[in-house]
Design a protein around this ligand. Structure first.
Ligand code: MF3
Ligand code: CO
Length: 283
């Protein structure tokens, strides 16, 4: 019997022991990944090509972003960069999302819609969340940008949120659990007086924009899905300066805001899990 992974090797000599190990965790009651969530090296190489474009977009935004700029101009940069490199912006027309990138300013938590009417001003913080399709392979990452002089307290939110992602990455290991990563993320946020959004999380990614598993950043060590080599997912916590509560703008069903009106920050990386640990594919 040939292995399901497509290696051409016999199952016995390929993933049989691997599957037995997963089965062991499943019997103990843990959610475990299915084979269709796992990527092989060839797929990862193609996903990395998509990620080159995604990173180029965020690098280009980083060069251009300044006070007085409107967020439609950010959308233009992302659309131009992506298409000139042969890619497709994944957000465009995704479930009726009207633009090529998400731009979320201050108390916007995520999914902000670029607009000529949203003009960046000194002191703003903004998340630019970029996702690319290249030859059917998906990449996804986001960064925060600070516009001109930003208050100490907003600078700290942006820095701590980035540290949360770093801590989550350090807690990610094969044959650990997504909850190990989540705990590292939210403990750092909470130790700094912040809260982590509960309702919106990360996701598997690579062959689709959003794949299983759904990824929480508020669960605890030992909880949620077993992490196995071959998995690819995002670490993208939304960290609120105040309370965790959020709401979605009913006018467009996309834009998400903090209920208390306080700022929120997010950084997103895409990673691939190998036997040796996580490899960051996109940032
Ligand atoms: N890029 C977002 C993520 O990190 C998803 C945005 S969906 C969109 O998962 F349609 F708004 F682009
Ligand atoms: Co994502």
């Amino acid at each position: 019997m040939p292995c399901w992974c497509g290696s051409g090797k016999k199952y016995k000599q390929c993933h049989e022991d691997f599957d037995k190990k997963i089965r062991h965790y499943e019997i103990m009651g843990h959610p475990v990944p299915t084979h269709d969530m796992l990527k092989n090296r060839e797929q990862v190489e193609l996903i990395k090509k998509s990620a080159v474009i995604n990173r180029a977009c965020l690098d280009a935004v980083s060069e251009a972003i300044r006070p007085g700029m409107n967020t439609q101009e950010i959308d233009d940069i992302v659309y131009q960069t992506t298409t000139s490199m042969g890619g497709i912006p994944a957000p465009l027309n995704y479930e009726n999302f009207p633009k090529s990138v998400c731009t979320s300013v201050n108390s916007q938590v995520c999914h902000g819609i670029p607009s000529k009417k949203v003009i960046l001003k000194e002191g703003d913080i903004i998340n630019v969340d970029c996702s690319t399709i290249l030859d059917g392979y998906f990449s996804d990452s986001s960064r925060m940008f600070m516009i001109g002089e930003v208050s100490e307290e907003k600078q700290r939110l942006v820095r701590v949120t980035k540290e949360c992602v770093q801590k989550g990455l350090e807690a990610t290991r094969p044959w650990g659990f997504l909850g190990d990563m989540a705990e590292a993320v939210h403990k750092h946020a909470e130790a700094n007086g912040y809260s982590v959004v509960r309702e919106i999380g990360g996701h598997g990614v690579g062959l689709e924009f959003h794949e299983e598993p759904w990824v929480s950043y508020v669960s605890n060590a030992g909880e949620d899905m077993l992490i196995v080599p071959g998995m690819m997912f995002t670490i993208e916590p939304m960290v609120n300066m105040g309370r965790p509560g959020i709401y979605t703008d009913k006018k467009n069903n996309w834009e998400v805001y903090t209920k208390d009106g306080k700022p929120s920050a997010q950084w997103e990386i895409q990673l691939y899990v190998t036997e040796d640990g996580p490899e960051v594919i996109c940032w």
